[in-house]
Design a protein around this ligand. Structure first.
Ligand code: HEM
Length: 387
């Protein structure tokens, strides 16, 4: 096995700024074994992308190497082709049947309303007052379900995000599993509620005709809702801080045309995307950079590091608003790549647009990073709008 590398993704230094450490990995230890996470860690763009696109050798579904996967955890994210195929096409159809322009207009209206209320306040917490309600309202709209109670859902989703770090913090499993169960109960409530147009109604109508276990569909509805809320919440949090720290970026986007706004959105998602890494399990013995990975071992691909790899991106540590091409991995890659990327981009673009039209957003206190490793986001971001 390769030599030990110091790496604590939950250390204050990493939470504050993981990118220098990622750069060191890419340079000096492109693959290393992390004993705590019992995983091989990959940090270079090409390696991460190769693993994510090779589902034959690097599985998501751990049952393919004989491990157990409890029923409540079986969903689109944890099962692989061919089982995943029919479920995936139902979700894709459900998302494609939504009108993105209408969704964008609804998002803009909602964000503008929130900003108008906040403009009168001397100081507010961006995370509580903007990121969480915006992400939850937009997601509930898209799904066509009643918005869950904000406080309750924020806590539930936070427990699920923390559960993603159980390799580092096994004690987070129990609360995280309980949150998953609560998410499944939320889906029960949607089934019992009156039908409204949206992603959930389409899933419900079409999935009944599928030859897949009903719990795959049921679990997936909840997982997808949270995939949308959790990533939008974190992206809206991270991007706000990035833009506050770089007022010249927001200035450059004032009055920008749609093309520049779209590419800037993707660039900001590359630069400070929430998903730091994802894992796969080797289905056979394989070798990367001379290191042997045994069947059944876990490989962690650090997408956030890949997104700063100079072999793929020129000036990777700068925001290049018109970057093209921009094949970042913030939405993942391959058979488990993000299904909601188009919608996610629209929602984030509308937020950026609203920020360009609002009075200048400034820091009004010290930001506090959330102590999660898999998903990078913030616990609090004290800010104010100043004219
Ligand atoms: C900016 C916002 C978003 C980001 C950065 C993001 C990021 C990601 C990433 C990195 C993955 C791959 C995870 C992996 O390989 O382990 C993923 C998967 C997924 N995302 Fe997103 N996402 C976003 C928005 C959304 C939205 C809005 C939805 C739903 C409407 C959504 C639904 C999903 C689903 C269902 C998967 C699982 C796909 C599969 O495993 O086959 N995401 N997302």
């Amino acid at each position: 096995m390769s030599t030990a590398v110091e790496y604590d993704p939950l250390s204050p230094e990493m939470l504050a700024n993981p990118y220098p450490q990622y750069a060191r990995f890419r340079r000096t230890a492109p693959i290393f074994w992390h004993e705590g996470m019992k995983s091989w860690v990959l940090s270079r763009y090409q390696d991460c992308r190769d693993v994510l696109r090779d589902n034959d050798t690097f599985a998501r579904d751990r049952r393919r190497v004989g491990a157990e996967l409890p029923e409540f955890l079986q969903n689109i994210q944890t099962i692989d082709p061919p089982d995943q195929g029919p479920l995936k096409s139902v979700l894709m159809n459900a998302l494609r049947s939504q009108d993105l322009d209408t969704a964008g207009a609804q998002a803009r209206e909602q964000i503008t309303g929130i900003f108008a209320d906040l403009a009168r306040r001397e100081r507010f917490d961006w995370i509580k007052e903007v990121a969480a309600p915006v992400a939850l309202t937009i997601t509930s709209h898209l799904f066509g379900v009643q918005r869950p109670d904000l406080q309750w859902y924020v806590k539930l989703s936070d427990s699920i995000a923390r559960r993603m770090d159980i390799g580092l913090r096994p004690e987070r499993a129990a609360v995280g599993n309980d949150a998953r169960t609560q998410l499944n109960s939320l889906v029960d409530q949607w089934y019992a509620a009156e039908r409204r147009p949206g992603v959930f109604a389409t899933i419900r109508e079409t999935a009944g005709q599928l030859q897949v276990p009903p719990h795959y569909v049921h679990n997936t509805a909840g997982v997808m809702f949270n995939a949308s809320y959790g990533t939008l919440f974190a992206t809206v949090s991270n991007i706000a801080l990035t833009l506050i720290e770089r007022p010249e970026t927001l200035n450059a986007l004032r009055g920008a045309d749609r093309k520049l706004l779209d590419s800037a959105t993707d660039e900001l998602i590359r630069f400070e995307g929430p998903a730091q890494g994802t894992s796969r399990v080797a289905t056979e013995r394989t070798v990367i950079h001379g290191t042997t990975i045994e069947r059944g071992q876990i490989v962690l691909t650090l997408m956030a590091s890949a997104n700063r790899d100079e072999t793929e991106f020129t000036r990777p540590d700068e925001l290049v608003l018109d970057r093209s091409p921009n094949r970042h991995l913030s939405f993942g890659w391959g058979v488990h790549g993000c299904l909601g990327a188009a919608f996610g981009r629209v929602a984030v673009r509308e937020l950026i647009l609203c920020l360009t039209e609002a009075p200048r957003l400034r820091l009004a206190g010290t930001p506090v990073r959330r102590t999660t490793a898999t998903v990078r986001s913030l616990d609090s971001l004290p800010v104010s709008f100043t004219a």
